[in-house]
Ligand binder design. Sequence first.
Ligand code: ZN
Length: 377
Amino acid sequence: MRRKDESKKPIISDFINAFYYEHDKVPSVREIVEGTGIPLSTVHRYLVDMQEKGELSYNGYRSARTKEMSEVSPIHGIGILERQEYTGCTVNFKTYTNSIWDKKQRENPDENRAVFYNTHPTIIEPEVFDKVQEIRQQRHRRTKTGKSHVFSGLVFCADCKAKMRYCTTRYFEERQDHFVCANYRSNTGTCSAHFIRAVVLEQLVWKHMQMVIDYVLRYEVFFRAKMEQRLRIESSEILRVKRKQLDKAEKRILELDKLFVRIYEDNVAGKLSDERFAVMSSSYEEEQQTLKANAETLRQKIEVQEQQNQNLELFIQKVHQYADLDKLTAYAAHDLIKAIYIGAPDKSSGKRRQSISICYDFVGFIPLDELMKQETA
Ligand SMILES: [Zn+2]
């Protein structure tokens, strides 16, 4: 490529990524041209150049996929990621037939399938698989221009919780693109104008992401402690006590079973009167019922705690992967963030103020202000 100007590269690669997340497929060159407004010959020249530099793979005429996407689906592209078997577990009962007369195989809903984990070597990490399913399930409306946004599918109205639509036209300058609450647009009268310009949202969210990443990397111990408090994660000492209690309850439940057998045998052998047997067995029964209920509560509590704990660790690990992230990408946004909630604008102070809450994957809202305050205190 004679041309030294590389300014359109990020526009093209961002478009490819965003398109991929929004439409579940790789954009054609034609779609790149339409979505970015860059002429066909220029797009082609850029793609060839990026292919030569190893920045993406472009087969010369049909479609281009970026490195970022190749990391998500390293083998045969996207087909593989829909199949749970590739994560190293075996799925049975995927289909069923209605009756002996209806031989047509029907797809069984996920909840009726039996999944056996870790039965054969993993090709794709389960976390990656789950994430991709989540991203792929977010079906988006395609804007008329075929353009999409790095946050597509992530932006919600804080009041009615509806998805906010990304609105753009090909003739608009980038800074005119905006998100607006779907319920406002459709004039159902159920919601007010939660309008926000895309460029403003990008700047704010990207800044927040950078601050979170920076904070976690620098003050990991403190961040963990603070989030444990926030997620009400109990100390390992309390958790240990609970596990002990559960263990004790389970042992006693088994013991009561044995005792019951013993009095039953004694009763049959005539060593224990019927009246005595009735009293003892009902008292054992009662004790066992109470223990079973307690054990169940304990088990659930422990499970929730372990899950929360694991989620926090997974989030911290994930942040470490983005230590060198120097620009906002659709993948990073979808990987780290679960949802972005946009509040209604408040003009009471004379200035237009709007609240934006970012719900991060695994941990939810991160009280950055609070963390920063304590850091400087
Ligand atoms: Zn709304």
